[in-house]
Write a protein that binds this ligand. Structure first.
Ligand code: GCW
Length: 681
C-alpha cells in the first residue's frame, strides 16, 4: 500500500513510446558524478525511463565541451560564474542547461548539478506528457529559469498544525520534533522536478518551539534536512523570530541599533551557520499582526532588516523581509485610514536603504490574497531594492482546497501587469526576474498548499497550483493552458478526452470562484477567522481594515484622490486609470470607488445587476464543473475521482450560500429588483 500519492512523478507506463529508440544513451557533462544532485538526477532518469518506457539507456559522463554545441559561448550557455554570490559563497549557482539530440541518444550539458537535475526532469516530463523526444530536442533546447529564487513558504508549526493549512498536518513536524523520512525525500523530488530551489520550512509567525530552531535543540536535524534538500538543489531557509534576543536570548531588548542586541545576533549567527552548513538565510515577519519588530524601538523596517543582513552576509546568507506590515487595530469609523496603503507607506520611504543581501517580499496585492486585488504598488514603486513576489497557493480566501480554483491564470495576470516603472521591461515578471533593475536576489515565493494528506494538497486538483507555481516560476512564459495540460497528463490521466474535460474545469475555475464570491474587487465578505464561506458583514465593523462600506445607495471603498489617495500610489497612467470610475477596469471598480448601485459598468450593466448576474452565473457554472467531473467516473482512478467529487459537493453548497447571501444582502440594502426576476431571498 502506498502511503501517499506520487503525483506528477508517478511514471506510469507509456503506450506511445514511438521515438524512445533515440535513447540508447544519455551523456552528461558540466558536473561530475560526485555531485549528489547529479547522482539524484541519474537515479531519477533511470527509474523514470524504466517505468515509463521499459528502457535502460547507458549514462555516459563527459567533460564540458565534449559534445556538439558544448558548454561555453558556442552553446549559448552562459559561463559557470555564480548568478548570485556573497563573499564568494554561492546562493544561486548557474542553473542553465541544454539538451541536444544526438545520433544514439541525448546529451545534457549544464554548469552545475542543479542544471543537470532540471534537465533530467525536463526529459522525464517530455516522455510523461507523451511529447516526441525528437521534436522537442532536435534543434537543441537551452533553458534558463526565469527567476533566481523560486521558493515555497511553509506555514507549518512545530506542533504539527499548519496555519491556513487545508491538506492535513505538517510532514516536517510531529510534536515539536523534526521528521526526516522517505516522504521528506519525495517532497524534495516533487518540488525540485518543477523547479523550486528554496524552501522556508516554518511558519512566519515564529512562536513556541519554533523560536528554538536556532538553538542546539534542532541543529542536527536541520543540518540533515538541509542536506536532503541540497541533494535536490533546494536551499533551506528558516523563518526567524525577530525578538529572539528577548525570547531565547535573555536580553530585554530587540532594538536593532542596540550594541548588545547586535552582539547577541553575531554570536548566534556564527553558531547557526556553523551547525547548519547548508542554510541559505531567513524570512522575517516583523511588526505585523502582533509579531514583534523594530517599530517597538522607534526604528524603521530597514534598520531591522539591515542589522540582520549585515551579520549573515559573512556566511553568504540573505534576509527576506516581508512587507505585510499594517495596522490590524483600525477603527472602522476612520474612512481615511486605508490598510491598502500600509505596505507602501511603510516601505517606500526607505527605498535604496536596504542592504544588498536584503530582499523585500511583497504580497501580490495590497490587502491579503483575495480572489481579485490590484497589484501592490510597491511592485513598480521600489526601484533600488531587491524584491520578491509573494503569492498564496494555500487558497486561504479562494476556496481552501475544497473549491476548485486554479490560480495560474491569476498569477499570469499579476506577472504580466505593466507597472510603468521604466521605459521598458517594466512588468512584474521583469522586476522579480531581476531584469528591470539588475538585482541579483529576487524571485517568487508561494505560501504552499501541502500537508500530510495522501494526495499532499487536500483536493487532487489543488495539486495543479503546486505544480503550476513551480513551472511558472521556472518559466514565466508558459501559458496557463500548457501548465494545466502537463499537470493533468502527468498526475491524473493522459487520455486525451479526460485531459480536455479537466482542462475545461481548471481553466475557468478562478473566474467561477470570483463570480460567486465578493464582487468587482471588493473582497473580504468572508466568515471571520476561518475565511471560508460567505459573511457579507463579517468584517464590516471590525478592526482589520477590510470594509465594503455598503449602504442603501451604493458600495465600495473610495481610494481615489478624494478618498484615501491609494490610487495615486501607482505610476502613471495606472494612477489616473484607477482614480477614475469611468476608466477603472470593472473587475476592480469597487476596490477603488464607492459607487451607486445604478452606476453603469463598461459591460453596460449596472453594479447591482452585475452582482445578481455574476452570482447566479457563478453558481450555475460551478454546477456545470461538478457535472463534468461526474462524467469522468469510469475513466478515473477511484481514489482521485471520489476525492474531487466529494469536494465538489461542498463547493456547490458553498457557491449556493455565497450566491444567495450576497444577492439577498444587496437586494435588501438597495431595494432594486433583479431585472430577470430570479429568486432572491
Ligand atoms: O492572510 C493572513 C493570514 C494569517 C497569516 C498572515 C501573514 C501567517 O490570515 O494567518 O499569518 O496573513 O501573511 O502573515
Amino acid at each position: 500500500m502506498k502511503k501517499y500519492a506520487s503525483l506528477w512523478l508517478d511514471y506510469k507506463a507509456k503506450k506511445n513510446n514511438r521515438d524512445c529508440g533515440c535513447l540508447g544513451s544519455i551523456s552528461i557533462s558540466g558536473a561530475g558524478e560526485s555531485d549528489i544532485r547529479v547522482q539524484n538526477a541519474v537515479r531519477e532518469l533511470k527509474n523514470g525511463l524504466k517505468a515509463m518506457l521499459d528502457i535502460e539507456p547507458e549514462i555516459v559522463f563527459g567533460s564540458a565541451g565534449s559534445h556538439t554545441g558544448a558548454v561555453g559561448s558556442s552553446s549559448g550557455l552562459s559561463d559557470g560564474s555564480a548568478a548570485g554570490s556573497l563573499n564568494g559563497q554561492s546562493i544561486l549557482d548557474n542553473e542553465e542547461y541544454r539538451i541536444t539530440l544526438e545520433k544514439d541518444g541525448l546529451a545534457i550539458e549544464a554548469n552545475s548539478g542543479r542544471g543537470i537535475l532540471y534537465a533530467a526532469f525536463d526529459i522525464l516530463r517530455c516522455i510523461s506528457c507523451e511529447r516526441s523526444l525528437k521534436e522537442t530536442y532536435a534543434s537543441g533546447k537551452t533553458v534558463r529559469p526565469s527567476n533566481p529564487l523560486r521558493m515555497l513558504n511553509h506555514w507549518d508549526n512545530m506542533d504539527g498544525t499548519i496555519e491556513r493549512g487545508y491538506s492535513g498536518r505538517s510532514f516536517f513536524y510531529v510534536d515539536n520534533e523534526i521528521v526526516i523520512d522517505e516522504r521528506t525525500v519525495d517532497y524534495a523530488r516533487l518540488i525540485a522536478s518543477v523547479g523550486i530551489n528554496a524552501v522556508v520550512i516554518n511558519n512566519v509567525n515564529v512562536k513556541d518551539a519554533a523560536s528554538y530552531m536556532i538553538t542546539d535543540r534542532y541543529y542536527d536535524k536541520l543540518a540533515k534536512l538541509g542536506e536532503v534538500f541540497a541533494g535536490y538543489g533546494i536551499g533551506l531557509y528558516l523563518s526567524l523570530n525577530y525578538a529572539s534576543t528577548i525570547e531565547i536570548g535573555g536580553l530585554d531588548s530587540a532594538d536593532p541599533l542596540d550594541p548588545e542586541v547586535i552582539a547577541w545576533w553575531k554570536d548566534k549567527m556564527a553558531e547557526v551557520f556553523e551547525r547548519i552548513p547548508t542554510l541559505k538565510g531567513f524570512l522575517v515577519k516583523a511588526d505585523s499582526e502582533g509579531r514583534p519588530g523594530p517599530f517597538t524601538y522607534g526604528r524603521t523596517q530597514a534598520d531591522g532588516a539591515n542589522m540582520l543582513a549585515d551579520i549573515v552576509k559573512e556566511y553568504g546568507g540573505i534576509i527576506i523581509w516581508r512587507c505585510f506590515v499594517y495596522n490590524c487595530k483600525q477603527d472602522w469609523r476612520h474612512t481615511k485610514t486605508d490598510r491598502a496603503r500600509s505596505g507602501y507607506d511603510n516601505f517606500m520611504p526607505m527605498d535604496g536603504d536596504y542592504h544588498d543581501n536584503v530582499i523585500l517580499q511583497i504580497k501580490n496585492g495590497p490587502m491579503d490574497f483575495q480572489i481579485r486585488e490590484p497589484v501592490s504598488p510597491l511592485l513598480g514603486g521600489l526601484k533600488k531594492t531587491n524584491q520578491m513576489l509573494e503569492v498564496q497557493i494555500a487558497q486561504e480566501y479562494t476556496g481552501q482546497q475544497i473549491d476548485v480554483c486554479y490560480l495560474i491564470p491569476m498569477f499570469k495576470e499579476i506577472l504580466g501587469f505593466k507597472t510603468y516603472c521604466s521605459e521598458k521591461d517594466d512588468t512584474v515578471a521583469d522586476i522579480i526576474s531581476g531584469k528591470t533593475f539588475g538585482s541579483r536576489f529576487s524571485g517568487i515565493a508561494a505560501v504552499t498548499n501541502t500537508g500530510n494528506d495522501f494526495n499532499w494538497t487536500g483536493n487532487y486538483l489543488a495539486g495543479a497550483n503546486l505544480f503550476g507555481f513551480g513551472r511558472l516560476g521556472f518559466d514565466t512564459d508558459l501559458t496557463s493552458e500548457q501548465i494545466a495540460e502537463e499537470f493533468i497528463k502527468m498526475t491524473i490521466s493522459d487520455d486525451p478526452g479526460v485531459v480536455d474535460v479537466i482542462m475545461g474545469i481548471l481553466l475557468p475555475s478562478r473566474a467561477v470562484y470570483e463570480k460567486y464570491s465578493a464582487p468587482l474587487g471588493i473582497g473580504w465578505m468572508v466568515q471571520p477567522a476561518t475565511h471560508y464561506g460567505c459573511s457579507v458583514d463579517g468584517y464590516e465593523y471590525d478592526r482589520w481594515g477590510t470594509y465594503h462600506r455598503a449602504d442603501h445607495l451604493g458600495l465600495g471603498v473610495d481610494r481615489t484622490d478624494k478618498g484615501t489617495g491609494y490610487a495615486l500610489l501607482y505610476n502613471e497612467p495606472n494612477a489616473s486609470v484607477y482614480n477614475s470610475p469611468d476608466e477603472c477596469p470593472d473587475e476592480l471598480v469597487l476596490f477603488f470607488h464607492h459607487l451607486p448601485y445604478t452606476h453603469k459598468l463598461h459591460s453596460g450593466k449596472t453594479v447591482i445587476q452585475h452582482i445578481y448576474d455574476s452570482h447566479f452565473e457563478g453558481y450555475e457554472e460551478a454546477k456545470q464543473m461538478a457535472a463534468k467531473w461526474e462524467n469522468l467516473k469510469d475513466k478515473l482512478d477511484s481514489e482521485i475521482f471520489y476525492n474531487v467529487s466529494k469536494r465538489f459537493e461542498r463547493q456547490l453548497a458553498n457557491a449556493r450560500e455565497w450566491c444567495d447571501q450576497v444577492n439577498s444582502y444587496f437586494f435588501r440594502k438597495s431595494g432594486i429588483p433583479d431585472e430577470k426576476g430570479r429568486q432572491i431571498w
